[in-house]
Every structure is written in C-alpha cells, then in structure tokens.
Ligand binder design. Structure first.
Ligand code: BGC
Length: 382
C-alpha cells in the first residue's frame, strides 16, 4: 500500500472509532447477532395476514412473535456479560414453521395441550373423537391444533400484543365454539407473561399452553444436559408406553424425577428407569406443590451464560420435556443451524395430560357462562 493511501486509511479509522465512541448509548446491552427478519413472515395463510411483531423493553431485550400459531420466534435476553442471547429455538422463515412434523417451536397449544388417550373422551355421557396425530393418541389438539392457526393480532405499545382466535364448534373434534384470547406482555424485568382466556357456547374441554423450546446457552448452542433444574413438585404422573398417564400421582423422592433440589438435567437422564425409557428421557407431567402466581415453580440455569429462567404459573401441572425427539437432521434452524437431540427444554404449564379420562385429575371441563383463565410467566435473570 502506498504511504499516502495508508495515511488516509489511518485517518478514516480514527474518525470512525471516535464517532462510534461518541454515539449515545441506546441500550445497556450488546446488540444481538440473531434477530428474526420481519419480511420473512409477511405473507398470507388461509387468506389471513401473517406478520412478525416485536416487543422490546428498556434494556433492549426483545421478543418477536408471529400470529401464525401465536409463536414466540425469538427471545433475546442479556447474559452475564450483557450480551443479548436468543434463548429459544426457531426458524428464519414461516415456511419452516409450516412443514409437516414441525415440533411446535414456540407455539400456542390448544384446545388441549398434551395428550388425550386414543383421542377419545366423554362429556355429559356423549363420546367425542379427536384427530389421532401421535401414535394411537391425540397430541397438542390434533392436526388442526391452534399451533397452525392464524390468530388476529393487536399490538398495544412496545410491551404487549393480544392474539385472538375463534375455534368453530366441532373443529378438530372438540364440541363448542371457543373464543380464545392470549396476551403476551414483556416487562422491563425481562419477564414474558402469557395470559390465556377462553369462553365456549357448549360444554367442552380446554388446556392451553405455550411450547417454547429453551436453550439458555443460546439456541443452537449444544445440549441442555448441563442446565441446572429445580422443579417445585414432590410428585409426578407416570405414563404408559404411549406417554398417557396411568392415573397414578407418584412421589419423586428417590427417583430420577426428583428436582426438588436443583441438579443438572443430565445427571440422571440415562438412569435405568422404565419411565425414562418410555419418554426417551424426561417427557413427564409434574404435579406442582401448592403455589400461587408469585412463587417460582421451576428454575433453570446455564452456568456458561449465567442466564436463569424462572417459571411462574396459575396451573397445577408442568410438562418437563427434555427435547428427546429433536434429531438434528434438518439445517433449517436459525442461521442454518440444526437442533440436535436434547438441545432444548420445554416447560409447558398445564392441567394434567389426559385429564378428561381421569376423575382424580383436576377437571379441564369448561361450561358456557364461565371463563377459562390461566397465567404463566417466563422471567429471565442473570
Ligand atoms: C410432548 C412430547 C412431544 C413434544 C412435541 C411435548 O409437549 O410431551 O412428547 O414429542 O411435545 O414436540
């Protein structure tokens, strides 16, 4: 390089770095490298407009949500070095969310979160048959579940979005027209609150949840086996080989299912235990100890990023799923990543799976004139 060229370059670098240092600081966190692109979500599905919405708080932490399936697409929170880290698995485009066999990344789940045995239940003496989409059972509402519906969206400021959906009488086999409203609120304490509400015109069953896949090391960054987990549950509901609860509510003490004192997810996951064999790892409903919405019922921590997730809920149960069915086969995760076996944890707040077929489980029946209400908060600390 000629000398005068070199001097010019040096001067330019000095001017640029001086300008950068004197820019007002917008956030107290580094900007993230992984943000969902709005244009990849602007399309129409079933004649309805799909979009990507952003909730942002004072510190610059953001959540993006699409009204396709009410899905959380990205969730960027600061790690111990104040670097914004995307802690949920997802894709870069809507088409991946719509592919066959997609594992419900970030989705709103309904009408019935988790499984209903053989897809059958009775209400007022009448038997109803649902869509069989998981071996011999119905999972997460059936093929026609809420995860694949386009919700009507109303953004209310930087911190809130309201999603509504009306499920027709008989949709996916469930009785009654169901009007559902879900509100996501993201506050300055990096807490994402999800409020669910539903009303029906005929007696029906409802169990709503969210299916975010968390990796607190950052999505696509290894497995979650090193995450430390605490669950405030002295009991869980064991399952049969098709993952339907047997009806028993069994103490966790002395088993691999005891998370009443925090331990890593990997610690006992390979134990010789019939329940772990059925789930191919953890895929079980925990019967939460008595709590209210102000007490964390679960805590997860990544020691590498220092990010801690606390879960608060009004629900009696928590499905802890250790991402056992993730295979890492496709490379359509964010930025072309693949998501290998056990590279995420789902903490789905819920009434117990298959409750319509177990009189000893809290009822999931909703009658006309009453309102279904449920609240869950995912709060991030470091
Ligand atoms: C279930 C798993 C299932 C997964 C689907 C979880 O809620 O418990 O068994 O494979 O959803 O992604």
């Amino acid at each position: 390089m000629k000398k005068n060229n070199y001097q010019f370059m040096l001067a330019a670098v000095l001017v640029l770095s001086f300008t950068a240092c004197n820019q007002p600081q917008k956030n107290n966190v580094d900007t993230a490298d992984s943000t969902a692109k709005t244009s990849a979500y602007q399309t129409e599905v079933d004649g309805k407009k799909v979009e990507l919405f952003t909730l942002k708080n004072k510190s610059g932490a953001t959540v993006t949500i699409t009204n396709y399936g009410g899905r959380i697409v990205s969730l960027l929170v600061p790690d111990k070095n104040n670097k914004l880290t995307d802690v949920v698995l997802g894709y870069d485009s809507l088409s991946s969310y719509r592919k066959k066999g997609e594992p419900y990344f970030g989705a709103l789940i309904g009408r019935y979160g988790n499984r209903i045995g053989k897809g059958k239940f009775k209400l007022d003496g009448k038997e109803y048959s649902l869509q069989i989409n998981d071996g011999v059972n119905t999972l997460h509402g059936g093929f026609d579940g809420f995860f694949g519906k386009v919700w009507d969206a109303k953004q209310m400021g930087d911190d809130k979005i309201e999603l509504t959906y009306t499920s027709a009488d008989g949709e996916a086999g469930y009785p009654g027209k169901l009007d559902v409203k879900v509100t996501y609120t993201f506050n300055d304490d990096n807490a994402l609150k999800i409020d669910y509400e539903a009303k029906t015109d005929k007696t029906t069953v409802v169990n709503l949840t969210n299916h975010a896949y968390f990796n607190l090391n950052g999505e696509g960054n290894n497995t979650i086996l090193d995450h430390e987990l605490f669950i405030d549950a002295n009991a869980y509901t064991p399952v049969d080989s098709t993952l339907i609860p047997t009806g028993k509510i069994t103490p966790v003490k002395g088993t691999a299912f005891d998370f009443t004192t925090a331990k890593t997810i990997g610690k006992n996951i390979e134990d010789k235990d019939e329940q772990l064999k059925f789930g191919k790892g953890y895929d079980h409903n925990f019967a939460l100890n008595p709590h209210d919405e102000n007490k964390a019922i679960a805590k997860v921590k990544s020691t590498s990023t220092g990010i801690i997730l606390e879960v608060y809920t009004s629900e009696p149960g928590l499905q802890f799923y250790s991402g056992n069915f993730l295979t890492g086969e496709t490379k359509d995760g964010k930025g072309g990543k693949s998501y290998p076996h056990r590279s995420a944890i789902c903490l789905e707040t819920q009434h117990f799976p298959d409750a319509p077929n177990h009189a000893n489980f809290a009822s999931t029946t909703l009658k006309p004139g009453t309102v279904y209400k449920s609240t869950t908060t995912y709060k991030f600390l470091k």
